[in-house]
Design a protein. Sequence first.
Length: 448
Amino acid sequence: MEELQRAIENVTYFSKKFPKEELELIGANRDEAIPYLREAVKKAVKEKENLDENYNLHLYGIFLLAQFQDREFFPTLMELASLPEDTLDYLIGDVITEDLGSILYNTYNGEIDLLKQAVMDKKGSDFARSQVLDVMGQLYMDQTLGKQELQDFLREIVYKEESIGDYIYTTIAEMICRCHFTDMLAEVRRLYLDGMVDEYAIGGYDDSVDYMFTYGKKERRFCKSPIDTVKTLRGWAMFEKSSQESVVDEEEDDDDRLDRKLAGIFDEFGGGAGKTEQRKSVKIGRNDPCPCGSGKKYKQCCLKKSQLLEEGVESKQEQEKWLSSYPVMDAERVEGRVYLEDLYSSESIELDKLLYLALNHRVIPIWNREPEQIVAKRMRRYLTDAYRKFLEIVEREHIQNFSEYDNKYSIHYLCVEWFSELIDLLKEDDRENVLKDVRETCKKMGTV
C-alpha cells in the first residue's frame, strides 16, 4: 500500500520523465488505486481553471479509470466532458480530440441520456460533443444502442430549427455514412444544402455517397478499446525520451525512412513535386515505341489517347480508372448490407456515372495537370451525354420538375448542380447547338 501511495505521489505533479514504472504499478492495483484517481478527477472538475497548472493526477486518472473500465464513475467523467471549451482545454488539452471518446466509451454505464444531453448542450466544447457522438456511434456498432434510437436522435438534431454548433453537423454527416444509414441520405443532403458540413474535413456530398455505399473488409471503429495507459501516453511530446525509447522510435521510423527512399526514387524519375529542372522535350515518331511502356507503337497507343483527349473523349480504361472509387456491389453479396443497386435503377446509375466522371474531383499530380480547355471539353462531353439520357427518362416517366427527378433518380449530384455547370460550359463552346434546348428544359422544370 505504501508503494502504491508513493507511486501516486510521484505522478500527482508534472515531471518531464515519463512515469512508466509508477503507472504500471497503479495499473496493477486497480481496487486500491480507484479511490485516489476518482478524487483527483473530482478535484479538477471542482477547481476548474483554479487547478494548479502542474497538477497532473487527474489527467493520468481519466486514462487509468478508463483502463479499469470504472463504470460507476461515468457520470463524473461526463460532467468533466461537458465543461466549457476553455475550461476543458485547460484541464485535459489535446485529450479532447484524441482520446476523450475512448475514455467515455470504456466507462459507459448505460446512461444514454447523459450522452444525449452532452451533445445537445451548446455550452460544452464542440470537439468534446463530437467525441460523445462517436461514443454513441460505437455503441450502435456494438449493438448496445439500437439503430432506431440513434437515428431518431440524429434526425432531431438535423431538423432542429436552432443550430447546436457547426462542428456537430459535420460529425453527424460522417457518422451517418460510416454507419451506412442509407435511409438517411436525405438528412445528409439537407446538411450539405444548408451549408452545415465542413467539406474540407469530409469532402463534398458526392464523397459522402461513396463513403455510404463502400464497405471495407473490416469496418472502422469510432472509439479505440480497450485503453492501455502506458502505451497511450508514453509518446506524448511533454515527456523527455530515454535512450531506450529513442531506439524504439528509430525502429518505428523504418517505415518513414522507406517512404522517403521511395519518394527519392520517384523524384529521380521526374515525379518529385519539388523538382524544378524541366524535362527535355523529345519528339516521338508515330512508329516509335510508345513512351508509356505498353510495348505498342506510339500511333497505336498514346497518340490515339491524345487525339481523343483533344475531342473531350476518354478511353474505357481511363473511365474505369476514374470510376474506381464509385460504389460497387461486392463480388459476393453480404447479408445486411445495402448497395447502390438496391436503391437505384441501372439506368440512373449509368447516368450518374457520367456525372461522376465529369464532376468528381480528380487527384492529379501538379506536374501532370491537364490544360483547362481539355478538362472543359471532357466535362462538356460527359454532361451533354448525361443530359440526353436525362431527357429520355423525363419524357418516358412524364416527370414534371427537377425535384421529382431528384427524389427518384439523382444519386451523387442534384439536377441544379450539374445543369448549372453544363450551361456555363456551353456558353464557352456550343458546337453541338444544345444550349438553347438545355435552357428551355431548365425553364420548364426548374430554375438554374
